[in-house]
Design a protein around this ligand. Structure first.
Ligand code: NAD
Length: 249
């Protein structure tokens, strides 16, 4: 990506305190955007901001699964940079793996609340703000997962939400196109972040064996694709679901 391609843009990244979200903040700031690092874990978001510098980033506490929290985050975000973000990255996500017959309702609800409802709440709130401010060239990037296609045993809740993110993205792309807002999603493979750190080594070894590139991905390798989707260089990419998996299917 060419330096400064996102100059003058404000980006909001959820899940910004860790993994792919933090790497995305780093890459978007490198490309010139001002970044709102949003996370339920405020301390982690503040660490991201510390790394980027407070002149071009601010931390924001938000629970994406709560409409009330997302609403106040819009107000906060507008206060911080006097302009609604035109780049929104929905990276907040959780797993609560378990076999279906033993899956507690709470684990299903929690995963749904963050991964799918959270994507809905943040997308709706910030798209409204962009449209109200008549901002053009918006880009929303959602994080699905290759698990939406692999449908791993023990991940019914996670797989269902990530498949949902693909459909949600496509509908949003159709509804928002006329406002100059593009909506795309990425299906990462297995990326070396705290989320994957808890996956048993035997599973990771199997993944690496099946992956044509023979390794896990790095969060920056997802963030670079997000930055492309956020930039004018992808101006005709809309409603896409892009696999970034090293070839893992
Ligand atoms: P991570 O666990 O490293 O980071 C997730 C971040 O989301 C954390 O900082 C956490 O505090 C935040 N978060 C959780 N619940 C939240 C809530 N309710 N409100 C706001 N923030 C909340 O995860 P990651 O690996 O960086 O994953 C980022 C996204 O990419 C997720 O949506 C995940 O499902 C997806 N993904 C990850 C992988 C992978 O291999 N790591 C693969 C495919 C998809």
């Amino acid at each position: 990506m060419s330096a400064g391609v996102l100059a003058g843009k404000v980006a909001l990244v959820t899940g910004a305190g860790s993994g792919i979200g933090r790497a995305t903040c780093r890459i978007l700031a490198r490309d010139g955007a001002k970044v709102i690092a949003a996370d339920r874990n405020l301390k982690a978001a503040q660490e991201t901001v510390q790394e980027l510098g407070s002149d071009r980033s601010v931390a924001l506490e938000v629970d994406v699964s709560s409409a009330q929290s997302v609403q106040s985050s819009v107000a906060e975000a507008l206060k911080k940079f006097q302009q609604a973000p035109t780049i929104v990255v929905n990276s907040a996500g959780i797993t609560r793996d378990g076999y279906l017959l033993k899956m507690p309702e709470k684990d299903y609800d929690d995963v749904y609340g963050v991964n799918l409802k959270g994507t809905f709440l943040v997308t709706q709130a910030f798209a409204k703000a962009m449209i109200e401010q008549k901002l053009q060239n918006g880009s929303i990037v959602n994080l699905s997962s290759i698990v939406a296609k692999m449908n791993n045993v023990g991940q019914a809740n996670y797989a269902a939400t990530k498949a949902g993110v693909i459909s949600f993205t496509e509908v949003a792309s159709k509804e928002f196109g006329k406002f100059g807002i593009r909506v795309n999603c990425i299906l990462p493979g297995y990326i070396d972040t705290p989320m994957v750190a808890v996956v048993p080594d035997s599973v990771k070894q199997e993944v690496v064996k099946r992956c044509p590139l023979g390794r896990l991905g790095q969060p920056e390798e997802i963030a670079e694709v997000i930055a492309f989707l956020a930039s004018p260089q992808s101006s005709y990419v809309n409603g896409a679901a892009i696999e970034v998996t090293g070839g893992l299917k």
